[in-house]
Structure formats: C-alpha cells, structure tokens
Design a protein around this ligand. Structure first.
Ligand code: GDP
Ligand code: MG
Length: 455
C-alpha cells in the first residue's frame, strides 16, 4: 500500500544516517544562487558554501526534516551566526557618561539621517543626547544636521551656531568659529560634560569614495574623543562594493559596529553578510526609510531569512517538527488509499494546518513566495472560514460519507452555516474532485507525482 511505500522511503532515508553529497549538492546550488542574487560578494559566497557543505556532510539525517530542509536549516544557522552569533548586540554605553558615538561612512551612506534617528530613539528611551556637526566638508552639512535635530527634538552642537536646544534657544560655543572638525568634536564632549548630556552622537564627513584624507580625518576625530562606539554606516544597496568599503573603514578607523541603511529599498541585504563576514564586526541597527522612526535594532535571524528569501520557512520547519504527528499522517494516508478519506478527515487536517497560524502567513513562509506578495495579500482567509463553517454544519454521518448529502440536506447545511446553497455545492464538488485525484494517486503504480518518480 501507499502507506507502506511511504514509510519505506522514509526508512531508506533514515538508514543512510548522514546526508549524502547528492542530498546536499542541489540545495547548495540553490543557496549559492540566492546569496549571489542578494548581492553577497563572490568570495564570501564561496567560503560560506564550502563551510556549509562540510557541516551538512557531517549532519545526521533527522526524522522530521527532509534533506533539503535540513541543509536550509544549516545554512540559516550559519548565516545567523555570521550576522551576529544569533543575538542582538546592544549599544555599548559608557560607565561614566557621556557615551560617545561616532558615525563614519561614505558620503550619502545615511550618517546624518541616522544621527537624527539615533538621537530620537535614545531620547525616547530616557537619554539626553547631543548631536554634533563634525562634517564641515560640505557647506550644507551643518544645516542638514540642524534640521534633522530640530525634527527629532534633539539639540545640535555646531561650530558657528553653538548649541541649539530643542526649544530653539541658542547657547553659544565660546569663541568657536573655526572649521576644524577635530576641535568641534573635542569641544562637544566638554560641553556634554558641563551640560550633562549623557550621549554624544558625532556626525562626520564622508566622501564619494574611500580616500586617505577622509580616513585620516575620521581617525583624528576618533583619537581626540575616544568613542565608546564607532558606527560604520553602509548603504545596503551598495552591493558588490560593500566588501571593499567595509575593509577600508575597518582598517582606517577600526569601527566597533555596523549600521545598515536603506534597507527599505530592493536590497536583499547581501551587504550585511559581506560586511559581517569580512570584518567580523556586529551589526547594531538597520535604517529603513527617510523618516525619524524608520529605524530598528538589527536582528540577525530576520536578516538571514531575508537574504535567503525563505520568508519564515524556518519557523515553519520548527513548528512542523513540533506538531508533525506521524501516526496521524499515516492514518490519513491509509484512509486515502482505501478511499475512505471524508470531510471529517479533511476538517481535521485543515485545523492542524491552521494551528500553525493564518493561511496567509503560512503561504508566505514558502520559499520564493515573497515575490508573490500581491497574490498573498489577495488571499481570502474568509474563504477558509467559510469552508470550515460549512463542514461544521454537517452531521458526522454526512462528513464521513458526503455522497448522502442530497438537495434538502444541502439547503439545511447552507442555512445552518450562513452560506448559500451554491457555496455548499461548490465545496462538495471540489472535495469530490480532490478525493478522486487522491485516490488515483494512491492507487497509481508510479508513486506520488512530483516525488521524483518517472510519472
Ligand atoms: P550622509 O552623507 O552619510 O550623511 O547621508 P545622508 O544622511 O545625508 O543621507 C543621504 C540620502 O539618503 C538622503 O537623501 C537621505 O534622506 C537618504 N536616506 C538615508 N537613510 C535612508 C534610509 O534608511 N532609507 C532611505 N530610503 N533613504 C535614506
Ligand atoms: Mg551627512
């Protein structure tokens, strides 16, 4: 019978004990493509997949996951590990305030925008941040930070204007009119100590490309104020250039953490993996838009899923591992092959699936489905509710043997479930078709369609 064939197939798989080359290779190829599509640097992809391969080869075959799922799980674990050992890295606060946070990165990376977001976020958490305009390269840079600060309700220290409080009062920085960013940074720390600002966020100049002048200036600011955090801000859309840029800033200023910006765009986040993998530095935050609140603490596990475009497939795998009841599945398969699968069995299965969460979410967890967001949005959960309601309005006898449901029974079920007779007809028709198909499948000589058989 089908049941025996299925359980034999499982047994064969299990008796292998370990995943084989063939189990692994196809899945690795898919993963490699996913990583390259996500703009992960080629070198990083190479070393990553070879590490995964090694781990997968040694992995035991599990009962609940098929080999492909198991490799995906290993990949996801490894990605999460590289992206931050699987834990969120909190901001490092100074024992004695002020905590000094310096921002570094190329021009346009999103530093000034981030300064406002960080300030707003810190203020919201009860801190008293001060933004510092140490980008004196571009004429508008100081004004831009002041606008950002005003919007965030966070005071800004700037060389010409002094301190502007959120109330709009100006406190002059004594005698400060020079354009020396190192001096501005140093003076801002003095001021913070005086006025009891507990965090100082220093916005620095960037250039379009990495160059020595830029790096030296950043290093000079760093050495003058000895920040608790040096955050390297990188545009997630930068793609293959991420590695080169990250390496340069790592060597140039030895940053302590990374902020990914513009994650709201199309970027699949390959830059995150490249930067983390090449520098070994943690990613602290993600910037996801131009607004002040488009900012979040970085979660390695979520980014790993995003890179693989697996939605939350792993959550699904974990839930399936927990809830998969082999006995029940076997019983259903047996009924199927005997042609005894009724609406009562269907209802039971439907409920089991729904225990995992809303259908829309479940569908979204299927790899590749992220590209079908529109269809997912259009998915009508109510249709499933309706189906359930109709079956519930049937007697146990009717559920076991839908053939007995004649016209008057249909009218009663429709009335009882608050549906039209044609909705009941539709359901019965679909069920009959499905049952026929399942019966054909289970009695066929060639095994399950789509399971690798010649059929
Ligand atoms: P900086 O040169 O590093 O200071 O970069 P800016 O903060 O001036 O940002 C450069 C441009 O990117 C500006 O137009 C910002 O509005 C925009 N920007 C910054 N962060 C984000 C983000 O997370 N998402 C989007 N969509 N735009 C951003
Ligand atoms: Mg800027």
């Amino acid at each position: 019978s089908l049941t025996d064939r299925l359980s034999n197939a499982f047994k064969n798989l299990r008796s292998k004990g370990k995943l084989t080359d063939a189990d692994i290779d196809g899945t690795i190829r898919e993963i490699r493509r996913a990583l390259l599509d996500a703009d992960v640097a080629l070198d990083v992809v190479r070393s990553f997949t070879s590490r995964v391969r090694e781990r997968a080869l040694g992995a035991e075959v599990s009962d609940a996951l098929n080999p492909a799922q198991q490799v995906v799980k290993i990949v996801n674990d490894e990605l999460t590990e590289i992206l931050g050992a699987g834990v969120d890295r909190p901001l490092n606060f100074a024992k004695n305030p002020p905590t000094i946070i310096m921002l570094a990165g190329l021009q346009g990376a999103g530093k000034t925008t981030l300064a406002g977001k960080l300030g707003y976020w810190l203020k919201d958490a009860g801190h008293t941040p001060l933004l510092v305009a140490a980008d004196l390269q571009r004429p508008n840079a100081v004004t831009q930070l002041q606008v950002v600060g005003e919007r965030a309700g966070v005071p800004v220290y700037a060389p010409e204007k002094g301190v502007q409080s959120d109330g709009g009062d100006e406190v002059s920085a004594p005698g400060e009119t020079t354009g020396d960013p190192v001096k501005v940074a140093r003076d801002s720390i003095k001021l913070a100590k005086d006025k009891l600002y507990d965090t100082v966020i220093i916005d620095t100049a960037g250039r379009l490309g990495v160059d020595d002048v830029l790096m030296k200036q950043a290093r000079d600011i760093r050495d003058a104020v000895q920040p608790n955090e040096i955050l390297f801000v990188i545009d997630a859309m930068i793609g293959q250039d991420a590695v080169k840029t990250a390496k340069a800033f790592d060597e140039g200023v030895d940053f302590t953490g990374v902020v990914l910006s513009k994650l709201d765009g199309d970027a699949r986040g390959g830059a995150a993996l490249s930067v983390a993998s090449v520098t070994g530095k943690p990613i602290l935050f993600a910037s996801t838009g131009e607004g002040l609140k488009d900012f979040e603490v970085f979660h390695p596990d979520r980014m790993a899923s995003r890179i693989l475009d697996m939605g939350d497939i792993l959550t699904l795998i974990e839930q399936a591992q927990k809830q998969f009841d082999e006995e029940q599945a076997r019983a259903a398969a047996a009924k199927l092959s005997e042609g005894e699968f009724g609406l009562d069995d269907f209802l039971e299965q439907l409920q089991q699936v729904r225990q995992l969460g809303p259908m829309k979410n479940l569908l979204g967890m299927i790899p590749g489905m992220a590209q079908h967001r529109k269809e997912l949005e259009a998915f009508d959960e109510k249709e499933v509710d309706r189906t359930e309601a109709i079956i519930r309005s049937m007697t146990p006898e009717e559920r076991r043997n839908p053939k007995i449901i004649d016209g008057s029974r249909r009218a009663r079920i429709a009335y009882g479930s608050g549906n039209t007779v044609s909705a009941v007809n539709g359901l019965l028709q679909r069920f009959e078709q499905a049952a026929k198909m399942m019966k054909r499948m289970s009695s066929g000589q060639r095994g399950f369609p789509g399971m690798g058989g010649p059929g």
